[in-house]
Structures are given as structure tokens and as C-alpha cells.
Design a protein around this ligand. Structure first.
Ligand code: DQA
Length: 148
């Protein structure tokens, strides 16, 4: 069965509680359940992982590559803007990564306008709220099914 990893970075464990005016009221658990259900109805296994730690995220990216995950939906949180280590991890693996941001980072502080991840991602979905994760799933599903 094809497999997609839903990967969330720092502070996204607080979804639903954290700055709800910016990130909405959906919790991480609800998001993970939603994407898992989407996976089930498309015969794609979903693995979910969230970490506040850069090294753990890098290890997960390497592991996803080793076990042959077909795609990664990834919200790197604030690491987006400065983690060359995560950027290099993505550059070093074969798994396609779709970068997701819940908020419109381009309408926020200047430091959020830069993504060091974007050049190594297959695409970026920004500012559409939680639906961005579903759109990323659809995009990866097309890639996965196109290869079958
Ligand atoms: C975010 C945007 C980042 O700038 C921020 O640090 C986050 C969440 C988003 O989903 O909009 O933690 O990635």
C-alpha cells in the first residue's frame, strides 16, 4: 500500500489553542484524523508525526526515505525560515515533499517571507488554512497514483 507521511514541526502540537485568530480552531489530532480518513478512502496509509525538535524532524525525513514513503506533507513551522539542516535533509532524500503553511506567511512579518525549504520542495501551499493539508494530500496522491 502507498504511504504518505504527515509531518508537522514546532508549536503545531498547540493547534486549536495557539493564536486561533491566525491558525484556526482545528486541533492537531483533528487534522491527523482528517488526513488519515482521506488516506483510508484513497487506499493510502497515513503516518503522522509532530516534533518541536529539529533533529527529530531530520531523523524522520531520513527514516521516511529509508522505508520508502511515497510523499510527505510537511509544515515545518518556524524552521521554514532558517533551518538549512532540514533543507539539506529534504535535498538528500528522494521522497517528494509538499510544504504547507496554514497562514499566509507573505502577509505577516518579513522574516516569514523567506522559506529555505521551498527550493527543495515539489510545491508550496500557503495561506489557505487547514484545507492546505488536504490539497497537499491530493497533489501527492496524483503523483503516487501516476506512478502505479
Ligand atoms: C506556519 C507559519 C510559520 O511562520 C510559523 O512559524 C508557524 C506556522 C503556518 O502554518 O502558517 O509555526 O508554518
Amino acid at each position: 500500500m502507498n504511504k504518505i507521511l504527515l509531518l508537522n514541526g514546532p508549536n503545531l502540537n498547540l493547534l486549536g489553542k495557539r493564536e486561533p485568530d491566525v491558525y484556526g480552531s482545528t486541533t492537531l489530532k483533528q487534522l491527523e484524523e482528517k488526513i488519515t480518513a482521506l488516506g483510508e478512502s484513497n487506499n493510502i496509509e497515513i503516518a503522522c508525526f509532530q516534533s518541536n525538535h529539529e533533529g527529530e524532524i531530520i531523523d524522520k525525513l531520513h527514516e521516511a526515505n529509508e522505508i520508502g514513503v511515497d510523499g510527505i506533507i510537511f509544515n515545518p513551522g518556524a524552521f521554514t525560515h532558517y533551518s538549512y539542516a532540514i533543507r539539506d535533509a529534504i535535498a538528500g532524500i528522494k521522497v517528494p515533499v509538499v510544504e504547507v503553511h496554514i497562514s499566509n506567511v507573505h502577509s505577516r512579518e518579513t522574516f516569514r517571507h523567506t522559506s529555505v525549504i521551498a527550493p527543495v520542495a515539489v510545491g508550496q501551499i500557503v495561506g489557505l488554512g487547514m484545507i492546505g493539508y488536504e490539497l497537499a494530500f491530493q497533489a501527492l496522491k496524483e503523483r503516487v497514483k501516476g506512478r502505479e
